[in-house]
Design a protein around this ligand. Structure first.
Ligand code: NAP
Length: 293
């Protein structure tokens, strides 16, 4: 009898200690009785080129990629015709072997799109994005492709807001996306959707991104952060009567899609969602009381 070798999947990035991806994917493998394991690979910047250049299919079957390597990975993968725009967007978060070559995908895009659409239709709506890093690229791509009316984007690093605007305009010529130089410049009073794509809110001691009075009741606020489940921003949005969502659904949906890309099988949603909810409810019991702005 041949014993099949265990397949190894994983996440590369730095740091990874807060990642819930291993939990979610290992629950899926267990449920479907797939002989595979998902591991966390914390790779230092000076090691990442070597790691990616020597990826061996016999040892690794597929990877997720997170900060700070979503751009770096592009030079080691090919892109399918339908995802060639990822080269302009400079953001790949999943790789898998296709026809003998490592191929790049971005499942954050479909993950955010599916979860946002369950709650809010951006068609014809004015959007503001806080942050212009890797995740903001997926957010801006989704909003432009779903024909939002306009996007304003603010990042503490002004060049990054300009870069993301340039990328979106290249992919969607003429799309009205505006880099702004301050939070006030986002003119949130005039917006329908606000997305937080910064890491501000992950830590208890993080400041409030916005002040009381800057939000309003006809706004929908989507925070990509899922741990804590309610950031200070979301608490403030609720107080203002705005609709709110955290990013747990995005995490789940991008993970389900990566799973399908690697295994060809439908991801077991209940098992993956259950593993995430269990972990987050345990963490919540240990964390201090949620703070407000
Ligand atoms: P990233 O590439 O580091 O981008 C974050 C950007 O926000 C950086 O350009 C950062 O600038 C900027 N920033 C920091 N503080 C800011 C502030 N006060 N105002 C405006 N901009 C600010 O990180 P990422 O990968 O895009 O991730 C962003 C967040 O999304 C993280 O919390 C991550 O956990 C979350 N995320 C969630 C999902 C999900 O599935 N739910 C998926 C991906 C990411 P500096 O670099 O100069 O600080």
């Amino acid at each position: 009898m041949t014993v099949l070798k265990k397949r190894i999947y994983g996440l590369i990035g730095l740091p990874l200690k807060h990642s819930l991806s291993a939990l979610m994917h290992n629950a899926a493998f267990k449920t479907l009785k797939i002989n595979a394991e998902y591991r966390l690979f914390e790779i230092r910047p000076e090691e990442v080129d070597n790691f990616l250049a020597h990826l061996d299919e016999n040892n690794i079957s597929g990877l997720n990629v997170t900060i700070p390597y979503k751009e770096k990975v592009l030079k080691f993968v090919k892109l399918d015709q339908e995802s060639s725009f990822l080269r302009q967007l400079q953001a790949v978060n999943t790789i898998a072997k296709r026809d003998g070559l490592w191929t790049g995908f971005n499942t954050d895009i479909a993950g955010f799109s599916r979860h946002l659409n369950e709650q809010f239709d951006p068609l014809g709506k004015k959007a503001a994005i806080l942050g212009a890093g890797g995740a903001a690229k997926a957010v801006a791509y989704v909003l432009a492709s779903l024909k939002a009316k306009s996007i304003s984007v603010f990042d503490v690093d002004r060049q990054k807001s300009r870069n993301i605007s340039g990328m979106i305009k290249e992919i969607f010529p003429g799309f009205p996306i505006y880099p702004v130089d301050s939070i006030e410049g986002l003119e949130i009073k005039d917006k329908d959707l606000l997305v937080n794509a910064t890491p501000v809110g992950l830590k208890e001691e993080d400041p409030c991104l916005l002040k009381d009075g800057q939000l309003h009741s006809s706004l929908f606020v989507y925070d990509l952060i899922y741990n804590p489940a309610q950031t200070k921003l979301l608490a403030l949005a609720k107080q203002a009567g705005a609709g709110t969502s955290n990013g747990l659904g995005m995490l789940l949906y991008q993970g389900m899609l990566s799973f399908r890309i690697w295994t060809g099988q439908d991801a077991p949603r209940e098992a993956m969602e259950g593993a995430l909810n269990l972990e987050l409810s345990v963490k919540k019991n240990y964390s201090k009381k949620e703070k407000q702005c």
